[in-house]
Design a protein around this ligand. Structure first.
Ligand code: F3S
Length: 755
């Protein structure tokens, strides 16, 4: 499927020298994470050791993967860069826009109907720019990447937070926003704060009902949803070697749930087996040659406390199965203790659905272990009490599982086999059995279980477990069921117990697929035209933003003074707006509608200085734009925290906001503003925030001298004509000031490209 062996060989050729030099520079043995990071530096070598958690470093990732929801704006932007091909191997995967309802074939046909224009656009733009395209139904991005593209020691970025899944094959794989992916596609470096390192030492071997999933469910309980922030989690020890490659993938996948930058494992036999089973023996052979560079130096794992910022130790011999939830993936409870907890908290004990699959848990091993439980229901004449839903991770897995009779086991229990896509994992689930206010419980083998995540219903209590535990709980229909100790009553009135799960790591007859759903791009895409209908309400080609005229900015009006928290969700809400991710003008109708107006403490209600009326933020701003009046958004601390969503910077820019002036920025959002040609500045004196009045006019009186490290001066004119003058700081360097001059980073790239 067109993985690039030459690219991988090149990574392995340069890695030893780069790692050896880095070790010399750092002056101590290196972890695996450091080896991968130092061997992927943008300019090849470091001048000094980087300080973890502090230094911002430019990297050169080997690959990019995008899913259909985030790829739309990313590729619309890439089209602005004036390139004929992506600079780095890239794939697009259609997996998020397929709703689960009646089962795979009907659901896929409906998605192809409802979202055909998005799929057609993604297919044509991929074909034009040399991007591999995975059609709807081909599979979930991270499973497809693990099966086809991930390789030990590599670095990749992806426009989805569970890109980290590829750590199961020894990569440093990181989820990013579309703007970052576009930079790399366009041939620019990718910047990341050098991460801290958390080491997780695994001893022993998982056994019985315990699975790889339970490792990360346990880690989530220890670290909580924030504990991994800014860090790479590196797993090691005998216990790690005893896990399958796909089990490692599951663990890395849910590293996103503890906020980790990514997670990874050192290259071992399990990875070699997986590479060979997925038709990539040549990568395994190459990896074998540089194996010592694909894991940490021995000394690191012998004395981990000296080399990691934090070390956690888990003995797999003693690890018990967990179910995490509801409403947060870090609420870890050992199976067997959940009944009591549920009664205390009034969580419904009756389980309505057991869902198996997703990018987290749809390997051959996962499906065989879950099937080994499911088939006992038939053999022991137990009628399952919950409904079963399965969403395979890829067509290759689905085809192989069908061939080997695994899917039939679930079908015999009347399971619904959904499309090879995200489906219920991302709220794309048209669930008919639970509506209204009644609380209900589901169990699933996915990763996230926030309120409304699976079915949009805030009353659904979702618990995360391993596929085999989900199967057992779904058969029993009870959240307090413990298959290790409890009996079930079968249809003959007999007491029966479920035997321990058993699984097969890799298909004995090999993987097989008839049509994997992959479309390779044509060699020369210059004749390919990109399909976007003029009247589409979901897609809109972008128009380059206007360059700066080089003059001071005078007469700008206040659009909104945001009070308190203003995250990217407040600036560009998700939910129903996801539909417009590829249409900048339509999605701009959600611009800042969640921000609280400091003057009336209401959302989406601001005063227009044109007519003195109060109205919605986007409507008010559109009127300013029409009248040719520039505007300013004022904000509090950590403005733009949350996600790396570039829409939060593009929307105000599109609507004619010129400046965002805040007490402090979330860094990624600040960078996104810069990339889109906005002026993002901070109060030199935070208390000047209090000077801003509802009818104020802003004059940036020395903007024409815009230069690095030079604060700017704001003259604030109040309604009564009185004035305040204060300083604002900025962090633009020379290159970023060029972005500002040209109107956006992409405008600059395009110009340089044309030169
Ligand atoms: Fe899709 Fe859920 Fe994974 S949304 S990418 S299956 S986390």
């Amino acid at each position: 499927m067109a993985f690039d062996i030459d690219m991988i060989k090149k990574v392995y050729e340069t890695m030893p020298e780069r790692v050896d030099k880095a070790r010399e520079l750092v002056g101590k043995p290196l972890t695996l994470s450091e080896k991968i990071l130092y061997s992927h530096l943008w300019d090849g070598k470091a001048e000094k050791p980087f300080t973890r958690g502090k230094d911002y470093v430019d990297f050169a990732p080997d690959r990019i993967a995008c899913q259909d929801a985030t790829a739309q704006m990313a590729l619309l932007q890439f089209m602005q860069a004036g390139k004929s091909q992506v600079a780095v191997p890239t794939t697009v995967h259609c997996d998020h826009l397929i709703q689960a309802k009646q089962g795979a074939s009907k659901d896929l046909a409906r998605a192809n109907d409802v979202s055909h224009e998005v799929f057609d656009f993604l297919g044509s733009v991929s074909n034009k720019y040399g991007i591999g395209f995975w059609k709807p139904g081909a599979g979930i991005i991270h499973q497809v990447v693990l099966e086809n593209y991930a390789f030990p020691g590599g670095m990749m970025i992806g426009t989805d937070s569970h890109t980290v899944n590829a750590g199961g094959l020894g990569m440093v794989a990181i989820g990013v926003g579309g703007a970052d992916a576009v930079d790399v596609m366009a041939g620019m470096a990718w910047e990341l704060k050098f991460p801290k390192l958390i080491g997780v030492k695994l001893t022993g071997k998982i056994n019985g009902w315990t699975s790889a999933k339970d490792v990360i469910l346990k880690v989530a309980g220890i670290l909580t949803v924030k504990g991994g922030t800014g860090a790479i989690i590196e797993y090691f020890g005998e216990g790690a070697k005893n896990l399958s490659c796909t089990g490692k993938g599951t663990i890395c996948n849910m590293g996103a749930e503890v906020g980790a930058t990514t997670s990874t494992f050192g290259y071992d036999e399990s990875m070699s087996r997986y590479l060979r089973a997925t038709d990539r023996a040549d990568i395994a052979d190459e990896a074998d040659k540089v194996a010592k560079y694909l894991t940490a130096d021995d000394e690191v794992y012998a004395n981990p406390e000296q080399y990691f910022d934090q070390v956690i130790e888990i003995n797999l011999d003693e690890l018990v199965p967990h179910l995490n939830g509801p409403f947060t993936p870090d609420l870890a409870t050992p199976v067997g203790q959940l009944g009591e907890k549920a009664k205390e908290n009034d969580w419904p004990l009756k389980v309505d659905w057991g869902l198996i699959g997703s990018c987290t848990n749809s390997s051959y091993e996962d499906l065989t272990r879950a099937a080994s439980i499911a088939e006992q229901a038939v053999k022991k004449n137990i009628k399952p009490k919950s409904d079963f839903g399965i969403n395979p991770g890829s067509e290759q897995i689905r085809f192989t599982a069908e061939r080997d009779g695994i899917l039939k086991v679930f079908e015999d229990l009347d399971a619904t086999i959904f499309t090879n896509a995200c489906g219920p994992c991302i709220g794309q689930w048209d669930r008919s059995d639970a509506k209204g206010d009644a609380k209900n419980t589901i169990v699933h083998s996915f990763n996230r279980n926030f309120s409304k995540r699976a079915d949009g219903n805030p009353n659904t209590h979702a618990f995360v477990g391993s596929p085999e535990m989900v199967a057992a709980i779904a058969i029993s229909g009870r959240l307090d069921f413990n298959p290790m100790t409890d009996k079930l009553i079968n249809e003959d009135g007999e007491e029966v117990m479920l035997d321990e799960p058993s699984g097969i790591e890799l298909p004995p007859k090999g993987f097989e697929v008839e049509d994997a759903g992959y479309e390779a791009p044509v060699e020369d895409g210059s004749k390919v035209s990109v399909k976007v209908a003029e009247d589409s309400d979901r897609l809109q080609l972008l128009t380059p933003f206007e360059p700066w005229d080089g003059e001071n900015l005078m007469g700008a009006k206040l659009l909104i003074k945001a009070f308190g928290k203003c995250t990217t969700d407040h600036i560009s809400m998700a939910g129903p707006w996801l539909k417009y991710r590829g249409h900048l003008d339509n999605i701009s109708n959600n611009c800042l509608i969640g921000a609280v107006n400091a003057f009336n403490k209401q959302t989406n209600l601001v005063k227009s200085q044109i007519d003195g009326e109060y109205d919605a933020v986007p409507k008010t701003q559109r009127a300013y734009k029409k009248a040719g009046i520039p505007t300013v958004v004022v904000g509090d601390h950590n403005y733009g925290e949350g996600s790396s969503r570039e829409h939060a910077a593009m929307e105000p820019r599109h609507l004619g906001v010129y400046v965002v002036l805040v007490k402090s920025f979330a860094r990624i959002h600040e960078t996104n503003l810069k990339k889109q040609g906005m002026l993002g500045v901070t109060f030199a004196n935070e208390s000047d925030y209090d000077l801003i009045q509802e009818d104020d006019t802003f004059n940036f009186v020395d903007l024409e001298n815009f230069a690095p490290d030079q604060p700017l001066t704001v003259e604030l004119v109040h309604k009564d004509g009185s004035k305040d003058t204060f300083k604002v700081n900025h962090t633009y360097n020379d290159a970023q000031i060029k972005w500002y001059r040209k109107g956006s980073a992409l405008n600059l790239i395009k110009e340089e490209n044309a030169a």
